[in-house]
Write a protein that binds this ligand. Sequence first.
Ligand SMILES: [Zn+2]
Length: 248
Amino acid sequence: MSNEKTEGVVIRLADFSESSKVITWFTRDFGKTAALAKGAKRLKSSFEAAIDLLATCRIVFIRKSSGGLDILTEAQLVNRFRPYPGNLSNLYVGYYIAELLDALTEEYDPHPELYDAACEVLRHLQEHDDFQKSLIKFELTILEEIGQLPQFEYCAGCSRELGPSESYLYDAGNGGLYCQDCEQQRHGNVRVSRGTITILQKLSDENTLLSQRLNLSLQQQREIRQLLSTTMSHILGRRPKMAPYLQL
Ligand SMILES: [Zn+2]
């Protein structure tokens, strides 16, 4: 057993007993961790402020060496998640982010850059009345971090550079786009236009800041949503629960 200290975002809450909860966090130093918060459901418990979904906290927990649940000993609230006033979509996007972090990461597998990306998108959802670009950037980051970022420059069939074309066929099963030659014999369920690919390339570059000018047309947003939705569904083996709330 050892005492561990880190910062994390609450991504799942489950009742454990009459008075206790199991809190799953995505932390900066340990990746996903789950800890038992004894007495968390009692009024005025010491964890009271920290047990909201998507809250960011500084935590201390006892890490069990084998089996058994880690035990939460301290949780200090850093930020409670409050989506932009009156914007229900931003709340749902927050839930979707929690779902992806929970489903796509492993316990004790740290990804500090993904942690920063999660904090950045949650901050955006609190301060801005929109979510498209920030959500896309986060989704591309999580795909990159788990080694599943689609290939946007080379053909997923023949590995040659994608030639100039108005649009490309995307195949989530193969993690990429097809060139004109390969397209004939391949299956794919999403068609993506040239301009949309350029935007995906820009947003998957870590040096691209959200503040940069990058306007997405409704058509481009739809294409990207379709592409990312089929990609996530393919990796998870099911459609994300929150996906219906992100439809355009
Ligand atoms: Zn090809």
